[in-house]
Write a protein that binds this ligand. Structure first.
Ligand code: C5P
Length: 221
């Protein structure tokens, strides 16, 4: 039916930041409110999809009809994404920390007048890249790219590098972070669609509409 265009589909969404622990009281993270990812999960559920939302630590209510799995670190997020497959559509909105600390201190690190500790970092798995290259690749894989400059160029190369079908690029040089408005550009193999700046839940509805159309096209081919 027209108003439930994702009925019978499984949509997997990641959202929020990840926290990479340094010691029991400290962590490394990217800035992310989780609002855009949660809005996409809500819109997909409203469109009739079964939705799995793998969420990093955020203060947001679980949208109606969404199965939410909470995680802290990138590695936990990667595991839960893998566990949630198969899916028809994956939308990776999370701001995953690129690095984690190599050694986790079991006890709180103390200042005690000595030199500041050096943090040794190692790279986290790229969840989007692994999903795109994996055996259980969803039909439609969508990544996000928060950029402060050369937004479209960066998104184009990111799309290829990560093997995603679409990259939704947003310019975060203004106050998108934590705010309710977003200004996005959908970069696909066919070109770029610029959406006007609008509330994050409307961005989510616009994306879900296009996802349903894209899945239909795949099934026609
Ligand atoms: O490389 P960058 O972090 O800008 O890429 C952003 C996109 O890649 C987002 O869709 C994000 O969710 C995803 N990503 C990921 N795992 C990482 C890093 C980024 O899934 N470790």
């Amino acid at each position: 039916p027209e108003h439930r265009p994702l009925f019978g589909k499984h949509v997997l969404v990641t959202a929020g930041p990840t926290h990479e622990p340094i010691d029991p009281v400290r962590y490394i993270a990217n800035r992310s409110s989780g609002k855009q990812g949660f809005a996409i999960a809500a819109a997909a559920a409203a469109a009739g999809a079964r939705v799995t939302l793998v969420a990093g630590p955020v203060h947001l209510q679980t949208p109606r009809g969404v199965d939410r799995i909470n995680v802290e670190s990138a590695r936990e997020m990667a595991d839960e994404v893998r566990n949630a497959l198969p899916a028809d559509i994956a939308v990776m909105v999370a701001a995953v920390a690129d690095w984690r600390t190599k050694d986790f201190a079991d006890q709180k690190m103390k200042k005690r007048g000595s030199a500041p500790p050096a943090l040794l970092l190692e790279e986290n798995p790229d969840i989007l890249t692994n999903l795109s290259a994996g055996k259980k690749r969803p039909t439609l894989v969508i990544g996000f790219a928060a950029e402060t400059q050369d937004v479209i160029e960066n998104a184009r190369s990111k799309r290829k590098r990560k093997g995603a079908d679409w990259i939704v690029a947003n310019d975060v040089s203004g106050d998108v972070m934590g705010g309710d408005l977003n200004d996005v550009h959908i970069v696909t193999s066919r070109g770029v669609e610029d959406l006007p700046e609008m509330p994050k839940d409307q961005v989510a509805y616009a994306l879900v509409e296009r996802m349903a159309e894209a899945l239909e096209k795949v099934h026609e081919d």
